[in-house]
Design a protein around this ligand. Structure first.
Ligand code: ADP
Ligand code: ZN
Length: 614
């Protein structure tokens, strides 16, 4: 990939819009190239991770080109949020969908025809109706943007049949540029998108999938509730985030328990009625410190930039799922934590879900591979980010410095002999007992069953009394995750020798395992908000500005970040602008926001500074 900054001529008009309308000083990554290509009337295919900044890639060309830009997006809530944010910037944007009254729809259609709108957001099924198509035929069109373009792929993870019809756009509007955008990385999905949307010849723009501000951490599960509570209280007090659980019941249970502990937690899963889901989602989107305890039903279409943590209390099914879910943290570029608890039970549970599911065998094979990849990720002793990026085809030669294994390198130990004791114990007791029994056996704890089976007389009985129960559990979990042992999924979790075990038993390989760690806290301060680094005076200023933002957002019934992002407030605290000119120089303050809020924020700033001077 060549250096984008040097290879394209600057487009002063695009940069002016970036600065004045959006309030940003410079384009990120390949945004400038993409904007230039689409503004010049070319098609484009954009791959960027969540939070990478896809929206600007079509919003700026929409303003540069004459006519109306049509944006296709699968979710009504997402469209509404984007339009709210655009209107705050003074951009003429609207949503056209069935949630509007007939009069409102008619008004928007009139605006479209009159050419007074810059952008209109439409759901795909609506767009392809003959009525809408003929309406568009009467409008001057700037471009089509197809967001979440992976929805057109049957191989992808979120296929939506209504997206299939979008293939008709190429024929129906051959001279209008089309830009398709997605955060889905895998090559097969990419190919399918290009094909179905007739974008084979479109320029492709692949952005790095790295999310440097997300700190990846995996901790061994002990008392999960207490671990979670400590994480929330110590590292993320008064911040918003998501806690993913596998089942609806667990989701309800954890949310209720957190509320008892005084944490503002809400549950979200497909079993709640629609109204409840909508209220909970709205509170999360607007509130400043809601902890959303949710199944994976929650997430698509959540466009909240200031999610400070994403917790997994259960193992995700695949690295793709994990990456997408954790990617919902830190979209504003500020530090965010991806924190997962992991234990032996996850392995059993996930394996059982695959085996008991009714997918055809070929699909199950894929799922097993994906699970194995996820397990190796959990057991890594090297940089997690490097591993994740390599999984998506991006090779890095440096460790990242911002994951748990980088910050606090796990100690490994030569576990060859210990592992052999465990494997022999499993083998000699007949490959049908679960971890509890095997650990008792290794430690020489006999119950009546062991006596009856004659297991107390085996040579492996009591050979492992040098390790405690916790240590043994960690050893067995790693042996299962690494394929030296397999676990029956019949409900009893009986252990059996796995395919890998022979070389180890025969002494042909040695095995390094992670040392058990009770503390998972990285040595350096956790990824909280950068505001934690402020001194007392700046902290007061920060609180003032946040209060002001809260009042403004409540008065206008928009989420606080629609007024200004945390990052922008933080820059104000750091630079302390007291004139309009200085305020405009802050990233995130454009012309329109200066007009709407500049006076309020400058007044608050001046008052705050005076208070400090007193
Ligand atoms: P995506 O759709 O790719 O997930 P968004 O378009 O929502 O990402 O952008 C993510 C965040 O980054 C938004 O808060 C956006 O305002 C911000 N952003 C995008 N481009 C820039 C830029 N050039 N400079 C500063 N912030 C940007
Ligand atoms: Zn790392």
């Amino acid at each position: 990939m060549n250096n984008p900054e040097s290879s394209i001529p600057a487009n002063p008009e695009a940069e002016r819009i970036l600065r004045e309308t959006f309030g940003y000083q410079s384009f990120r990554g390949r945004q400038a190239e993409i904007v230039a290509a689409v503004a010049a009337g070319n098609d484009a295919f954009v791959l960027m991770p969540t939070g990478g900044g896809k929206s600007l890639c079509y919003q700026i060309p929409a303003l540069l080109r004459p006519g109306l830009a049509v944006v296709v997006s699968p979710l009504i809530a997402l469209m509404a949020d984007q339009v709210t944010a655009l209107r705050q910037l003074g951009v003429a944007a609207a949503v056209l969908n069935s949630s509007l009254s007939a009069e409102d729809q008619a008004a928007i259609e009139r605006d479209m025809q009159a050419g007074s709108l810059d952008l209109v957001y439409i759901a795909p099924e609506r767009l392809m109706q003959p009525r809408t198509l003929s309406l568009l035929g009467e409008c001057e069109l700037a471009l089509f943007a197809i967001d979440e373009a992976h929805c057109v792929s049957q191989w992808g993870h979120d296929f939506r049949p209504e997206y299939m019809q979008l293939s008709g756009l190429a024929e129906g509007f051959p001279n209008i540029p089309r830009i398709a955008l997605t955060a889905t990385a895998d090559p097969r999905t990419r190919e399918e998108i290009r094909q179905r949307l007739s974008l084979q010849r479109a320029a492709g723009f692949v952005h790095s999938f790295d999310r440097p501000n997300i700190r990846y951490r995996v901790a061994e599960r002990g008392n999960a509730k207490q671990q979670l509570l400590r994480f929330l209280r110590d590292e993320h007090p008064d911040q918003a985030g998501i806690v993913y659980c596998l089942s609806r019941r667990k989701t309800d249970d954890i949310a209720a328990w957190l509320r008892e502990q005084g944490i503002d937690a809400l549950a979200y899963h497909a079993g709640l009625d629609r109204e409840q889901r909508t209220t909970h989602q709205a509170r999360f989107q607007r509130g400043e410190a809601v902890v959303m305890v949710a199944t994976v039903a929650f997430g698509m279409g959540i466009d909240k930039p200031d999610v400070r943590f994403v917790v997994h209390l259960d193992l995700p099914a695949s690295i793709e799922a994990y990456y997408q879910e954790t990617g919902r943290g830190g979209r504003d570029g500020e530090p965010a934590d991806a924190w997962m608890l992991y234990g032996l039970q996850d392995v059993v549970q996930r394996r059982r879900m695959i085996e008991e599911g009714d997918a055809p065998e070929a699909r199950k094979r894929v799922e097993r591979h994906k699970l194995d990849a996820m397990l190796s990720y959990c057991e890594l002793t090297s940089c997690r980010r490097q591993h994740l990026l390599a999984y998506f085809g991006e090779n890095r030669d440096h460790a990242c410095g911002n994951c748990d294994t980088c910050l606090n390198p796990p100690q490994t130990w030569d576990a060859t002999d210990t592992a052999r004791k465990a494997l022999s114990a499993v083998y000699r007791t007949g490959q049908r007992f679960g971890t509890g029994y095997v650990i008792d056996h290794l430690q020489g704890q006999a119950d009546e069953r062991a006596e009856r089976q004659g297991h107390t007389r085996l040579s492996t009985f009591g050979v492992g009394d040098d390790l405690g129960v916790k240590e043994w559990r960690a050893v067995l979990r790693q042996l299962v995750a690494l394929g030296y042992l397999t676990m029956d999924i019949d409900g009893y979790g009986g252990l059996r020798l796995g395919d890998n075990c022979r070389a180890l038993l025969k002494g042909e390989t040695r095995l390094q395992l992670r040392q058990l760690r009770t503390e998972d806290r990285p040595a350096r301060r956790a990824a909280g908000s950068a505001a934690e680094d402020l001194d007392a005076a700046d902290r007061r200023l920060w609180d003032r500005l946040r209060d002001l933002r809260k009042r403004l957002s409540e008065a206008q019934e928009v989420p606080p970040y629609v007024i200004f992002h945390d990052r922008t407030l933080l820059a104000m605290v750091t630079h302390k602008p007291t004139t309009e000119q200085a305020l405009l120089a802050i990233d995130g303050v454009g012309q329109k926001k200066l007009e709407s809020y500049g006076g309020d924020f400058l007044a608050e700033m001046i008052e705050g500074l005076a208070e400090v001077a007193d």
